[in-house]
Design a protein around this ligand. Sequence first.
Ligand code: R5P
Length: 282
Amino acid sequence: MQKLITPYAHSFGKPNVVIKHFPDSESYILIPQIKSLKNKPITIYHSLYPEPDKRIFELLLILSRVKKETKNISLFVPYLPYARQDRECKTGEAVSADVLCVLLKNFGVKKLTTYDCHFLPCPGNFKRSGLNIENKSAGKELVKYAKKYFGKNKFLVISPDEGASYFTENAQGHALKKTRKREEHGLETEVHKIEGEVDVEGKNICILDDIIATGGTIVKAVEHLKARGAKRIIVGATHGVFAKDGIAKKIINANTEQLFITNSILKNNLESFIHVVKLNTN
Ligand code: R5P
């Protein structure tokens, strides 16, 4: 299996795809070793966040060239953006999850491997809009880090909502329940409520979620658990989206002792107090 690695996926190997930008910001792609890919199985390693629109278009440019050489194309994208709008909640909404899957399939991707994909219920093999998807989970790696962090001290794993409950199942943990407010135009906004009674009095807690975007979910979950007597709280997530500056600080200020994410998203301005757990992609 040959690998094509873009500069945005440099933490998964040495880049061998050239991506540049013209003065007007349009993207330019060059795959110097393209001829050596003839009829070979290849895997493209790329990152689609931050700047998802641009990264997706660059991926389509790469695929457009690679599929002239080989039909056997796999794609590794650790964080799949546009996955949160996975159904038409309000009539007239576009379902971005399907659009992305259709695009990838039509551009020749035989299989996508990703991590903790928002629209999938658990790790495993799935198909959406004709695209084959292997959904892996960083749950084990995150729990391993929590074990190391707490050392001999016992802790409980808790997920803030049922969507992320599979994170806790293997760690004998618990899932809380979450509701969000919806604005008139349909965009999900701040987390309205976290509910769920778990005995956390005097216990150390590791909260695990798939994504931290605005941080609203995590902050509410920390407050909920603190109000019920939780002792030390650490927070881990697969994807550190951190949609705005200051979100990580907000989580730390809300009584979180440690914040850790994986290297699924590589941000240049990541705060130094955030610990990064490397995904084991083998
Ligand atoms: C959604 O239900 C996910 O599991 C996360 O809890 C959510 O995406 C986090 O978003 P935010 O950080 O904006 O609350």
